[in-house]
Design a protein around this ligand. Structure first.
Ligand code: BDR
Ligand code: CA
Length: 420
C-alpha cells in the first residue's frame, strides 16, 4: 500500500528530482506540493514545481504557494548553485496550470486534519511553511503519519562550516520545527552528500529519454559547480526515498537543537547522538540518518525514474465519468502488441482503480481479463494510416475499466524501452 505525502519544497534542482521520484515510485502517492522561498524566490519555486509536474505527467497534483521569505531574516537564495531559474540548465515548457488557490499553510493543515495519521509531511526546503503551520495548528504534530526533512547535519555544513542550507536559510523556523513536539526524521548532509550522481549514474539517466535529456541531466549539469568531486549530490531525493524505502538508511535517535544566535554557527543543527530515545531531560526529538546504502539507493532511484520516463505516454486522456468506459491509445514503435508492462491511472477513480495505483497489463492476448480483475485488456492492433515513412508501426490498444472513470490520465510504459 502506498504512503501519501505532501511535499513542501523550493525547486531547486534536487527538489525537482524529488518530485519526479515521488511521482514515479509505486509506494508513494503524491497528494500535493507546497512551495516556499529558498533556492529561488517563491514565484519561481512555484512555477518550477508546476512545470516539473506537467513535464513528468503529474499535472493534476495541486501546487500551493506558501511563504515568500523566512520568519525573521532577509531571504537569501541559492542561485549560484541552482541557476537563475532554479532548475539549472533544464528549460521546461512554462506551466499551463496555475497554482492551487489558497496558502500552503492552510493546505497543509486542512489536508492533514482531513486524514489524521495517514499523510507523511516531507520538507525539502527552508522550514518556514512548516513552522507557521505547526504554530497555527499544534495538533498538526499528531495528525502527521511521519515528518521527514532534508536538512541539517550532525557534522559539517555546506553553506558555512556549521550550517546546511535549508536550516541556515531560516534558522528560527527550523528551531520552531525541532521543538514542536514531534519526531523529526532528519536526512541531513551526513547521508545526502554521499548520493553523488556519478558519471555512471548520469550515463544511465541518459537512457531515460526526455526525462533524462531534458530534465535530469541538464539540471544536474549546473550542480557540477558544487565541490563534490564524485558528482552532484541529490540531497532532496533522500527524503522521499526514505518514505518509499526506509531500509536504505540507518537512523539514530538524537536530540537536535538549532543554533539561532551563534556568531559563526547560525543554522547549525547541534546533534547529540547519545541521548536516550525517550525520557530524561533532553529526550530525543529526531531520528537522524547517519548511514545510507548508496548502491541500492541509486538502483531504487533510477528504477523509479525509468517508470516516470514512460516513453509511450500520450498525455492526458480524459473522460467525464462513464461506467465501463473504454480508452483507445497509441503507443510508440517497438512496443509490440501486448507488450505493455504497466498502466497507471491518476487521479482518483472511485471504485476499483484509485489515484496513483498502477496495474499490470502485462503481455496479453486479445480480450483476456487481467489477473487482478480490475481492468480488462481488450486488445491491440496495428494502425497503418498513422505510420509515417521509415517509422515502425504504432500500435493502438484498448482498455476497458469496469468502474466509473473520473478525470483520468493513462500512463503507458512500453516494456524495456528507453526512448522518449
Ligand atoms: C539543500 O539545499 C538546497 O539548495 C537543496 O535544494 C537542498 O534542499 C541541500 O543543502
Ligand atoms: Ca531543496
Amino acid at each position: 500500500m502506498s504512503t501519501k505525502i505532501i511535499l513542501d519544497c523550493d525547486p531547486g534542482i534536487d527538489d525537482a528530482l524529488a518530485i519526479a521520484f515521488a511521482h514515479g515510485h509505486p509506494d508513494i502517492e503524491l497528494v500535493g506540493i507546497t512551495t516556499v522561498a529558498g533556492n529561488v524566490g517563491l514565484a519561481q519555486t512555484t512555477a518550477n514545481a508546476l512545470a516539473v509536474c506537467e513535464f513528468i505527467g503529474a499535472g493534476p497534483t495541486p501546487v500551493t504557494a506558501g511563504c515568500a521569505g523566512p520568519l525573521l531574516r532577509p531571504a537569501l537564495d541559492a542561485r549560484l548553485v541552482h541557476g537563475d531559474s532554479g532548475l539549472g540548465g533544464a528549460i521546461l515548457p512554462a506551466p499551463v496550470a496555475p497554482p492551487a488557490a489558497g496558502h500552503a499553510i492552510d493546505y497543509i493543515i486542512d489536508t492533514l486534519r482531513a486524514s489524521p495519521g495517514e499523510i507523511t509531511l516531507v520538507a525539502t526546503g527552508p522550514l518556514t511553511n512548516i513552522a507557521l503551520a505547526a504554530r497555527r495548528e499544534p495538533r498538526l504534530t499528531d495528525w502527521v503519519r511521519d515528518f521527514v526533512i532534508m536538512g541539517g547535519s550532525a557534522g559539517r555544513g555546506n553553506v558555512t562550516p556549521a550550517a546546511e542550507y535549508n536550516i541556515w536559510a531560516d534558522p528560527e523556523a527550523a528551531a520552531v520545527v525541532f521543538r514542536a513536539g514531534w519526531t523529526v526524521t532528519m536526512l541531513g548532509l551526513d547521508v545526502t552528500l554521499r548520493t553523488s550522481a556519478t558519471a555512471a549514474v548520469q550515463q544511465r539517466m541518459g537512457g531515460l529519454g526526455s526525462l533524462g535529456t531534458d530534465l535530469l541531466l541538464p539540471a544536474l549539469e549546473q550542480y557540477k559547480s558544487v565541490r563534490e568531486p564524485a558528482g552532484p549530490p541529490v540531497h532532496d531525493v533522500c527524503a522521499v526515498a526514505w518514505v518509499a524505502q526506509p531500509d536504505l538508511f540507518g537512523l539514530v535517535p538524537a536530540s537536535v537543537q538549532v543554533e539561532t544566535a551563534g556568531a559563526l554557527t547560525t543554522g547549525m543543527t547541534v546533534t547529540d547522538l547519545d541521548v536516550p530515545a525517550s525520557s530524561g531531560e533532553i529526550a530525543a526529538n529526531a531520528l537522524v540518518a547517519m548511514d545510507i546504502d548508496v548502491d541500492r539507493f541509486w538502483e531504487v532511484v533510477l528504477g523509479t525514474y525509468a517508470r516516470v520516463a514512460a516513453p509511450g505516454r500520450q498525455g492526458p486522456l480524459t473522460d467525464d465519468g462513464e461506467v465501463g468506459a473504454e480508452f483507445e491509445f497509441l503507443v510508440q514503435p517497438d512496443c509490440l502488441l501486448g507488450g505493455l508492462d504497466e498502466i497507471g491511472v491518476v487521479p482518483p477513480l472511485p471504485g476499483a482503480l484509485r489515484s496513483g495505483q498502477r496495474h499490470h497489463a502485462g503481455p496479453a492476448p486479445h480480450g483476456q481479463v487481467r489477473a487482478d480483475g480490475q481492468n480488462r485488456y481488450i486488445g491491440g492492433r496495428l494502425i497503418g494510416p498513422l505510420q509515417r515513412a521509415g517509422e515502425s508501426p504504432l500500435v493502438q490498444h484498448r482498455l476497458k475499466f469496469p468502474g466509473r472513470l473520473a478525470r483520468t490520465e493513462l500512463l503507458v510504459s512500453p516494456g524495456r524501452r528507453d526512448v522518449g
